[in-house]
Design a protein around this ligand. Structure first.
Ligand code: HEC
Length: 202
């Protein structure tokens, strides 16, 4: 027989485990935050999240040397993906991972074209947490560590994403299954529409 005393104890245990897990856990959330605001714990299961796209040799800098090829893979947590499909917008606690891999050409039976190497060359996270960050979103760098380092608001990540990204500082214009949803829901940003030469909807 379960006594009310036992229920109260289990309730307290659940509450404390929620607190220990941090702002993004557990209840299906994907990334535990660490105690300090300047850090983020590694989103360990991001390879089980929703895959959005792969960029090949994308560069913001026309002077980038052409002899070094790279892939970047973009993933988003499944809770946020589901909300986006319904609304065309990102909910609070959306988490993106951008994973960079070397392009390799010589291996096994491959004769032409490139495939992705096993080593991760870089890993960056873009997270929306309205209560935690003044600008709602923040960028973190993982640089082969288990704890991400916050990019300060002065970093160029923030200005480029704010000025050119299609939905709420995220580059939905490069995520082929999401762009039509944003178009249909009318959630494209005024700055993106301006880049296209289309007037923003009133
Ligand atoms: C000049 C523009 C520009 C700058 C500066 C920039 N990015 Fe991005 N970012 C992009 C583009 C374009 C994509 C889409 C990549 C793709 O399609 O594969 C992107 C995608 C991302 C994503 C995937 C989620 C999303 O928001 O769409 C992350 C994470 C990310 N960038 C992190 C960073 C970080 C961290 C910095 C700063 C160190 C940074 N970016 C600086 C243009 C920029």
């Amino acid at each position: 027989m379960i006594t009310s005393m036992k229920i109260a104890t289990v309730g307290a245990m659940l509450l404390s485990s929620t607190m220990a897990f941090g702002q993004y856990g557990p209840a299906g959330r994907s990334v535990p935050a660490s105690a300090s605001d300047a850090h983020l714990n590694f989103p360990e299961h991001y390879r089980e999240w929703v895959y959005l796209s792969t960029g090949f040799d994308m560069s913001y800098n026309p002077a980038m040397p052409a002899d070094h090829h790279m892939f970047d893979n973009v993933f988003v947590n499944p809770e946020a993906y589901k909300a986006f499909v319904e609304t065309g917008s990102w909910p609070d606690q959306t988490i993106f991972v951008l994973e960079v891999r070397d392009a390799e050409g010589k291996g096994s039976i491959n004769q032409k074209g490139d495939y992705q190497g096993t080593a991760v060359m870089g890993l960056e996270v873009h997270v929306k947490d309205e209560a935690r960050f003044p600008g709602k979103w923040a960028f973190f760098d993982f640089d082969n560590t288990r704890t991400g380092k916050l990019f300060p608001p002065s970093a160029d990540c923030y200005s480029c994403h704010a000025a050119h990204a299609a939905v709420d500082t995220t580059f939905v214009q490069f995520y082929p299954t999401l762009l039509p949803i944003a178009r249909q829901k009318g959630t494209l940003s005024p700055s993106y529409l301006k880049d296209l030469g289309t007037p923003a909807p009133k």
